[in-house]
Design a protein around this ligand. Structure first.
Ligand code: MIG
Length: 822
């Protein structure tokens, strides 16, 4: 087990930096150099994006990788210059400076800021072992890249990790595992590997993607506080530098390179319920009934491994689930979708067509002797699809037809590190062969291990798209590599019903968000072990703000449905889950923004406030978009906690109390009233309560504001909630601007972009914290339909007659004192 996590044993290898280089040639965007027996290429892909590659001399550079979604970059204006030992590659935004003796690369931007500078002596190179040739194929020698740590530089990102948000001073392993010891702070790698860091220095960001699918390690100023290194056990040294200067710029470019999340089906933003396992159709029906009887919203119920016949993928257990089609359509009528688990292991069984066809068509992984590679998983002895082979991916995708035809709405890919039972929770030996198919090339498992899960998720997404071309695929994955966000959402696997893991969910999701994987969630309530009422309630207070909100627990644990622990916990869960359901229009607009720009949905404070270094340490609170700040309670018996409010005016969600950031405050957050703050003047769009998406039209839409002197804006986004009409302009996007000046408040709903017309008669504006009754309220110059509730300081303006108008402007005037308290 140790070798999965720990630093590899000393091999007697010696690190050899490249040394002196000479410039060979260049084209419009690249420099090519030679250093010893290596070729090095430095390329400007975009004004703020550079790529560096080191290859064995004589081999054509290759940058195709599972991480990369975009290979054809528009032409970019590059200016090259050589003076003495230094060659520079300048764009309008940044400069790559290449020093030839010894070879080292560093970057500066237009403001003169330097970043990602190679260590003067160590730079990039290989680890040479006495008995191995440098660059011996296919594994090659270990490669390394040493970078200076700028003074004050702090590291974040690294994808799915245990422990806190900041990774400065740590050693990080990138090797997908089903962690035998669970999620513990001492072993930081889990099921996915995203070898990407976002660094912050003096409020400015840059990013570095070390694109290598072998076992990768990062030393982020752990061994030596003055430098970091990025290394891999083999393969080519390829890395990308994202110049920033804001975290938003870095993540935007990073997700342009590696891909962005697809638009989700709207129903998948709803609350979801799982258990390992709901054992038969009776139990599933009972759980569904439970949600409706307890008036707790729920959109999705899961079938874990027991729905299958002897755990054979793409089959049904006829005793437990004799009529899956009927069950699923009944549930559908009650507003539930059904998602099923699919594991990659295919049972070795002569009478099982999935196996015999895979074998006949040569679609499985092989041993080094050319036999089918077998290991034990749930079904017993299994063969494993070679997902590097495009033919395998197509076949795997097509196999999902049997599930979709029964009405299954989405697929949950588990165990795809892959996780194997012999030895327990291990993975494939490095010498297992992925033959790659007729058009591909054979690769060893050690070369592609970290991509196995992504390749499976890709197969499933593509398969679902083929089978249901008019529906947005809903695919969940546990394992994956950089770029996995293109194929699937990620859930973070087997956490425990511990307070510690409730806390850890926040840094975990924030770092995933900074690493492109914004559509993510942890098991609400915790997977291993028994939850209790207070833990589940507090977990739900946090969980409803996750992009993916699913309660899940393990075999043999206590029931964990939202009503499982009775009162007061059941009511807390109900109110929280209702709040999530009401928040769906807000969340959906954040998904659209993320789909377009990569901006995380659940984001660290530093994403919005990079200049404020206090935010860097705030890993137990987060922003959901820009309008909401959430600071969950993560300890039992506690009703107060410290909250840091960054710059801006904030209003407490429950009491409306006003705060001016930056400020450290003590929040009172009894059970059922988690510490949530709304930003002034940005709208929080809310649906009416409903049990599931589509139960009734989202009418009226309420736009809630807390006005304060100044201005703010937000963007509403709606579309059909499924399908691809939005790609042809069938969406409705509307900017909402709120301006407050002395005794007047103006709210403008600007012209709608796109051709989608939401099915709705009314929009209500709800302004909170207004302490005097306004004199006049007008909509587009006419008297408005409005009301004022003095005790709450709440103005409601009903826009029923105006929803269809191109521009809607609401003006609220007072002649007396300022409307919102100054
Ligand atoms: O060895 O399918 O992370 O969510 O319930 C356990 C059974 C296999 C691991 C997943 C978990 C799932 C469970 N699976």
């Amino acid at each position: 087990m140790a070798e999965i996590f720990e630093k590899p044993p000393e091999t007697g290898g010696r690190y050899e930096p490249l040394g002196t280089a000479e410039l060979l040639d260049h084209d419009k965007r690249s420099l090519r150099l030679k250093a010893g027996s290596a070729a090095v290429e430095v390329t400007a892909l975009a004004p703020d994006l550079f790529r560096v590659g080191m290859f064995p001399e004589g081999r054509t550079p290759r940058y195709d990788s599972e991480a990369i979604a975009k290979e054809d970059w528009e032409s970019v204006e590059v200016f090259m210059e050589q003076s003495g030992d230094e060659v520079t590659l300048s764009t309008t935004a940044a400069i790559a400076r290449v020093f030839l003796n010894p070879l080292r690369v560093r970057f500066t931007d237009a403001s003169g800021r330097g970043f990602a500078a190679d260590d003067e002596e160590l730079g990039m190179g290989t680890v040479v072992t006495p008995d191995a040739d440098v660059f011996s194929e296919p594994l090659g020698s270990p490669v390394r890249l040493y970078k200076w740590r700028e003074i004050g530089e702090r590291y974040f990102g690294c994808g799915e990790r245990t422990s806190g948000l900041e990774k400065t001073g740590t050693y990080q392993v990138f090797w997908n595992v089903d962690p035998p010891l669970g999620h513990t702070a001492s072993y930081n790698n889990l099921y996915t590997s995203i070898p990407f860091t976002l660094s912050m220095t003096n409020g400015k960001a840059y990013g570095l993607l070390f694109d290598n699918t072998h076992r990768v390690e990062f030393d982020l100023a752990s061994e030596n506080p003055e430098r970091a290194y990025y290394g891999a056990e083999g393969g080519d040294l390829v890395y990308y530098v994202f110049c920033g200067p804001t975290p938003r710029d870095v993540v935007d470019r990073y997700t342009e390179l590696t891909g962005r999340i697809p638009m989700p089906p709207l129903w998948s933003l709803g609350n979801q319920q799982c258990r390992y396992s709901y054992m038969d159709e009776g139990e599933v029906r009972e759980v569904a009934r439970g949600f409706r009887e307890h008036y707790i919203p729920c959109d999705v119920i899961y079938l874990d491994i027991h729905y299958m016949d002897g755990y054979r993928v793409f089959t049904w257990n006829e005793e437990r689930f004799p009529e899956p089609e009927k069950l699923i359509s009944e549930l559908r009528e009650q507003g539930f979708r059904v998602v099923t688990i699919v594991d990659p292991g295919v049972k070795v069984d002569e009478n099982y067509p999935v196996y015999t066809e895979g074998r006949r068509r040569n679609l499985f992984c092989k041993t080094s002797e050319g036999e089918e590679y077998h290991n034990v998983v749930w079904p017993g002895m299994c063969a494993f699809p070679d997902f590097t082979n495009p033919e395998t991916r197509e076949w795997w995708g097509e196999n999902h037809r049997t599930l979709l035809d029964k009405g299954v709405a989405g697929i949950w890919c588990d165990m795809n590190e892959p996780s194997l039972f012999v030895p327990r929770q291990s993975t494939m030996p490095g010498d297992v062969v992925h033959p790659g198919g007729q058009s591909g090339e054979a690769k060893l498992h050690a070369q592609i291990h970290n991509t196995y899960g992504s390749l499976e998720a890709c197969a499933v997404r593509e398969g679902l798209l083929k089978l249901r071309p008019d529906e947005r695929p809903f695919v969940i994955t546990r394992a994956g590599y950089a770029g996995l966000q293109r194929h699937a959402l990620q859930w973070t696997g087997d956490n425990s019903s511990w307070w510690e893991h409730l806390w850890m969910s926040m840094p975990q999701l924030q770092n995933l968000g900074l690493s492109g994987v914004a559509w993510a969630g942890v098991d609400v309530g915790g997977f291993w072990g028994d939850a209790n009422g207070e833990l589940l309630a507090r977990f739900t207070e946090f969980g409803i703000f996750q992009p993916f909100c699913r309660n899940h627990t393990a075999l043999g644990t206590r029931r964990q449905e939202p009503w499982a622990f009775g009162e007061p916990y059941e009511s807390v869960c109900r109110e929280m889950i209702k709040l999530r359901q009401r928040l769906l229009p807000y969340l959906y607009a954040l998904f659209e923004e993320c789909h377009r720009t990569g901006a995380p949905i659940l984001r660290p404070l530093l994403f919005e406030h990079p200049e404020d270094e206090t935010t860097y340490a705030m890993d137990d609170e987060f922003l959901l978009g820009t309008a909401l700040l959430v600071a969950p309670i993560t300890r039992p018996g506690i009703e107060h906690r410290h909250v840091y409010l960054p710059e801006g005016t904030w209003f407490h969600f429950w009491t409306g109390e006003r705060f001016e950031g930056p400020a450290h405050i003590l929040a009172y957050a009894p059970l059922g009233e988690p510490a949530i703050y709304i930003k002034a003047n940005t709208t929080l769009p809310l649906w009416p309560e409903m049990n599931h998406v589509g139960e009734r039209p989202a009418d009226p839409l309420t736009l809630r504001f807390h006005p304060a002197e100044g201005s703010g804006e937000a963007t509403l986004y709606e579309d059909a909630g499924d399908g691809f009409g939005y790609e042809r302009g069938e969406y409705a996007k509307r900017r909402v601007v709120c301006e407050v000046l002395g005794g007047s408040i103006s709210v403008r709903l600007e012209e709608r972009e796109g051709s989608f017309a939401p099915e709705r008669e009314s929009v209500y504006l709800e302004l909170r914290g207004v302490n005097t009754r306004p004199e006049t309220v007008s909509v587009n110059g006419e008297a408005a339909d409005w009301g004022y509730e003095e005790e709450d300081g709440k103005i409601t303006v009903r826009l029923t007659d105006h929803v269809g108008e191109t521009n809607v402007e609401v003006r609220i005037q007072s002649t007396g004192p300022d409307l919102p308290p100054a």
